[in-house]
Ligand binder design. Structure first.
Ligand code: URA
Length: 189
């Protein structure tokens, strides 16, 4: 496994799949690298590609709004994606692209050692939890695996298309907040 500096260098020069040829910027992550929570999305969109940061477009603004409303602090989390380069037209990453990119995410998890991993949407759930699961069925339920607490929930972009999912994602993130508080209490108490 690489240290952060080397990992960023490797990602920045990566041409392991064809997404490397069309990206403007590599999108590695944002937030606190020592945070207890890792949020994982799908892949960069247009604004993320332009800015080199994940979740800075409309879906990201909605995610920030939810996290702020639930009183998460910026120090509580880090945000990354399954793939680090924008798929053309924001299509879902191909298996082959995700498989090439996942070792970078695994390296990030290794360096961060988060206690909680939140899968934002079905692509993150597919590669982190179960490739055959349905997000509508497993969301909101904790999965404990290899010492990580994993919470699958909707992708915030799904909320922009379907208002009725907002309350469900709110409930899921509330569980994450509660678990975070419990983990902090265990540490200090
Ligand atoms: N959607 C994602 O899955 N990731 C981003 O970074 C932005 C939008």
């Amino acid at each position: 496994m690489l240290e952060w500096e080397e990992l960023i260098k490797e990602c920045s020069g990566c041409q392991k799949c064809s997404l490397g040829r069309t990206r403007k910027n590599i999108v590695i992550g944002r937030g606190n690298v020592n945070a207890p929570i890792l949020f994982v999305g799908e892949g960069p969109g247009e604004q993320e590609d332009n800015q080199g940061k994940p979740f800075v477009g409309p879906a990201g603004k909605l995610l920030d709004l939810l996290l702020n409303a639930l009183l998460f602090r910026e120090a509580d989390y880090y945000i990354a994606n399954i793939v680090k380069c924008r798929p053309p037209g924001n299509r879902v990453p191909l298996d082959e692209e995700a498989e090439k990119c996942l070792p970078f995410l695994r390296n990030q998890v290794y360096l961060m050692r988060p206690q909680i991993i939140v899968c934002l949407g079905s692509t993150a759930m597919k590669y982190i939890v179960d490739k055959d699961a349905k997000i509508t069925q497993i969301r909101g339920n904790w999965i404990e695996r290899k010492g990580y607490w994993i919470m699958p929930t909707f992708h915030p972009a799904a909320l922009l298309r379907d208002d009725s999912k907002k309350i469900q994602m709110w409930q899921d993130l509330k569980k994450v907040k509660q678990r975070l508080e419990e983990l902090c209490q265990n540490k200090t108490g």
